[in-house]
Design a protein around this ligand. Structure first.
Ligand code: HEC
Length: 164
């Protein structure tokens, strides 16, 4: 392999390594026709929808508790340790999926709960979820969370983001 080919190979490999969760522009060209994606408001490069979408699923109006519910945080952590931490870090660093730091600022509570309980439909139909899939190249498998599990995970994420 000559030097030029080597450089091309390196470029391709780095494109994959940095494809999800780094400082890249959302690929608006490939987005579904009705999607309006805006640039990420944080360092992750994960596209967000401009209408502050609640996503697709049964959760349309989540009441948040202030202060945070410590019991929900604890059960959320247990679920994270068992089912999520193979693919998600708690920082803004990508593993298989995006890091969770800032996820409660990127997404509405309803979007998060719909995504984790209705993962397949969200990835098929939600513009922001589809844009994420394009970056991550791996489809998140349905984790079979109950409604209560989803609420616990949300509280755990709010805690991770320093909310109160
Ligand atoms: C096999 C790897 C894998 C596992 C396990 C996994 N995820 Fe994911 N997750 C992903 C990928 C990949 C994405 C990006 C969306 C896509 O491409 O499917 C994602 C995206 C997400 C998002 C959206 C993040 C954002 O920045 O908008 C949330 C929320 C999420 N996952 C929650 C969970 C929860 C909760 C669990 C555990 C119950 C979990 N995930 C387990 C791979 C995984």
């Amino acid at each position: 392999m000559n030097r030029k080919h080597l450089l091309v190979v390196i470029a391709i490999i780095s494109a994959f390594i940095y494809s999800c969760g780094s400082n890249q522009q959302p690929s608006a060209n490939n987005a579904p026709a009705n999607a309006t994606l805006k640039e990420p408001g944080d360092s992750t490069g994960i596209p967000v929808t401009s209408d502050d979408s609640k996503g697709k699923g049964k959760f349309t109006d989540i009441k948040l508790s202030h202060p945070l519910d410590q019991k929900l945080i604890a059960s959320g952590k247990t679920i994270y340790d068992v089912k999520c931490n193979a693919c998600h870090k708690l920082t803004d660093e990508k593993l298989v999926g995006p890091g969770w730091k800032g996820v409660t600022d990127r997404r509405k509570p309803e979007w998060i709960m719909n995504f984790v309980t209705n993962t397949d439909e969200m990835i098929d139909k939600d513009p922001a979820a589809q844009a994420m899939l394009e970056k991550c190249m791996v489809r998140m498998p349905n984790q079979h969370l109950s409604d209560e599990d989803a609420r616990s995970i949300l509280e755990f994420m709010r805690n991770n983001d320093g909310k109160n």
